[in-house]
Design a binder for this molecule. Structure first.
Ligand code: SER
Length: 324
């Protein structure tokens, strides 16, 4: 059956900002596959000419203005950000990039009458005073990290621009994203990707979270599907203009390690929690994504066992290790 939704961005000129990052890399490939390389423009702080990614700092408003104007951009995916763990190393810089980048995008989107903007939020918006399991969409947001604070502010600015300027900004709170195509950088959930690289290299993995630190997670394909689906949803179905909880699964380090050990009994993990454990402790263990399911039909396709199969097979290929 043809997917009606795939048509919605057809023919539009799309810009991905942060196309060299963990999610941007895979989103860039998927949007190019769906809509054609001539319709998809990509920027990142680091140029990658071989992947058609132009070097552009999201804080360079004039450069971004030219990019949008020259290429008659109609849809923007703004993915550039400093994540939770890296943000704590230099909070002021994280604030400048996360907020300055967003303001540039929102202002230029209004100026150029951009049709739709995607702005990712995160489980890092959550903090004290909430149930930590099955956390609802609408709860007090009291984050403990500068990343979380910037994303709460960003969610509110997204809603403000929608109310004030009619700018169609759509947002998802990403859980930890796990994929083999790219590496995460500077997040608290990065362990769930790193662990597969250690397994493939026949190394013991040292986990920086406690073995029981359960967090909401999602497989990359589901993350990309959610991102494209919300952007293709009819405008009237988007009832939440801050951000939607979206979840794929939920697990702790020992649960994923056990799943890997079922396939490789020799694999070893030790736990030496560092400052990132404190960040993880402030986040939900699982989130309720029923609003996304109701409004735009969100439903994940991958569970933990499937994720481990796909990750082990594909990360092993990177290191030319034989499949199990
Ligand atoms: N993966 C992010 C982080 O760990 C959460 O959205 O910072």
């Amino acid at each position: 059956m043809p997917n009606r939704n795939l048509k919605k961005m057809n023919g539009k000129n799309i810009l991905i900002i942060g196309a060299g990052g963990q999610i941007g890399t895979v989103l860039h490939d998927k949007l190019t596959e769906l809509y054609g390389s001539e319709k998809v423009y990509a920027t990142d702080i680091k140029a990658q000419p071989e992947r058609n990614i132009i070097g552009l700092d999201v804080l360079d408003a004039e450069g971004l203005d030219n990019m949008i104007e020259t290429n008659k951009i109609q849809v923007i995916f703004h993915l550039a950000a400093i994540l939770s763990a890296k943000g704590e190393q230099n909070p002021k810089r994280a604030w400048e990039i996360n907020m300055g980048g967003l303001f540039n995008v929102l202002e230029l989107a209004v100026k150029h009458a951009i049709e739709k903007v995607f702005y990712p939020s995160t489980i890092a918006v959550f903090g004290d005073h909430i149930p930590l399991t099955n956390t609802p969409n609408h709860v007090p947001l009291v984050p403990a990290t500068v990343y979380g604070i910037s994303k709460v502010a960003g969610e509110l600015w997204a809603e403000y621009y929608y109310n004030r300027h009619g700018l169609d900004v759509r947002s998802i709170r990403y859980p930890g994203v796990i994929g083999y195509q790219s590496l995460p950088g500077g997040g608290t959930t990065d362990y769930a990707v790193d662990i597969f690289h250690s397994e493939a290299k026949n190394e013991e993995y040292t986990c920086f979270l406690s073995e029981d630190a359960a967090l909401p997670m999602i497989y990359m394909d589901d993350c990309i599907k959610a991102t494209i689906d919300i952007m293709n949803a009819p405008k009237e179905s988007i009832t939440c203009r801050t951000s939607y909880n979206v979840s794929g699964m939920s697990f702790s380090p020992i649960e994923i390690a056990t799943e890997i050990q079922k396939r490789n009994p020799d694999f070893r993990v030790k736990y030496i929690p560092d400052f990132r454990q404190q960040i993880a402790s402030s986040w939900p263990q699982s989130i309720d994504d029923s609003l996304a399911r109701k409004d735009w039909g969100w439903t994940p396709s991958f569970n933990l066992s499937q994720l481990v199969d796909i990750m082990m097979q594909n990360v092993r290929k990177i290191y030319s290790k034989t499949e199990y």
